[in-house]
Design a protein around this ligand. Structure first.
Ligand code: BTN
Length: 250
């Protein structure tokens, strides 16, 4: 059984915790080394987007993993991280979130946390940096996206304790990552993800992948993390990349 032993390095300000951890990994950092910054000056999101990261307004966190699982299961690493954040929000903040495929955490259909996983080559082999950005207060995101973003303080109406959230996150990441590396790890993560997400079954969604857009109803998750969609003409299509949006029922 893999026992993850997180070791947290703290910084006041960094361009990006993912970038700093990638540098440390290329110098031989061990699995579990984690980076937290009070602010990021060049925070990065998925699809080359910027991730607004003002001082003290978010938890800006990255952890280095060296998974033993076959690479076709690597998409489950971000889903494992989403499950860990879900449990952290429940535990540390008494907040019941939702998970949008593959790894956005939502509260009241607005985004409260984003996850950016980046695979890298290091002298000790292939590794993955899992970057997690949790909005602690509404200052974490620009006013123009306030209709699609939210924060823990906004969603709970309570003061946010960043250290308690970080401690809980480290515990849940250790728990779910250990399970992922076990022989039935893929089933464990897919089941945990599906039990926590309203997107797993019966949700009408639109998928946008480059120029292509199509709709379907979700019908479960494949063992490698792909989203199964049943389309209007009765076909099953698998989604492995792209953005998924909930569509209001007709
Ligand atoms: C997304 O687009 O939803 C993913 C956002 C990931 C943001 C986090 S904040 C900590 C880590 N460092 C980064 O530069 N990005 C990730």
């Amino acid at each position: 059984m893999t026992h993850l032993k997180p070791r947290v390095l703290r910084y006041e300000s960094l361009p990006s915790t993912n970038t700093e951890l990638s540098r440390l990994a290329s110098e031989g950092a061990e699995e579990g080394v984690s980076v937290v910054a009070d602010e990021q000056t060049a925070g990065r999101g998925r699809l080359q987007r910027a991730w607004s990261s003002p001082k003290g307004a978010g938890l800006y966190f990255s952890i280095l993993l060296r998974p033993q699982i076959a690479t076709n299961y690597w998409p489950l690493i971000t889903m494992m991280a989403a499950v860990a954040v879900y449990d952290t929000l429940g535990d540390a903040c008494r907040l019941q979130a939702d998970i949008k495929w593959p790894n956005d955490l939502l509260s009241g259909e607005r985004k409260i946390c984003g996850i950016l996983a980046e695979a890298i080559e290091t002298p000790a082999g292939r590794a993955v940096i899992v970057g997690i950005g949790i909005n602690l207060t509404h200052d974490a995101y620009p006013a123009e996206i306030a209709n699609v973003a939210t924060s823990i303080s906004e969603a709970t109406g309570r003061a946010v304790e960043r250290e308690a959230i970080l401690a809980s996150l480290l515990r849940w990441l250790s728990h779910w990552y250990s399970l992922l590396n076990e022989p039935a790890g893929a089933e464990s993560i897919v089941n945990a993800w599906s039990n926590r997400s309203s997107y797993a079954f019966g949700k009408l969604v639109q998928v946008s992948n480059g120029d292509e857009k199509w709709q379907g109803t979700t019908s479960g998750i494949e063992l490698d993390g792909a989203l199964r969609l049943s389309t209007e003409d009765g076909e099953i299509r698998l989604v492995r990349a792209g953005d998924v949006y909930s569509v209001r029922s007709r």
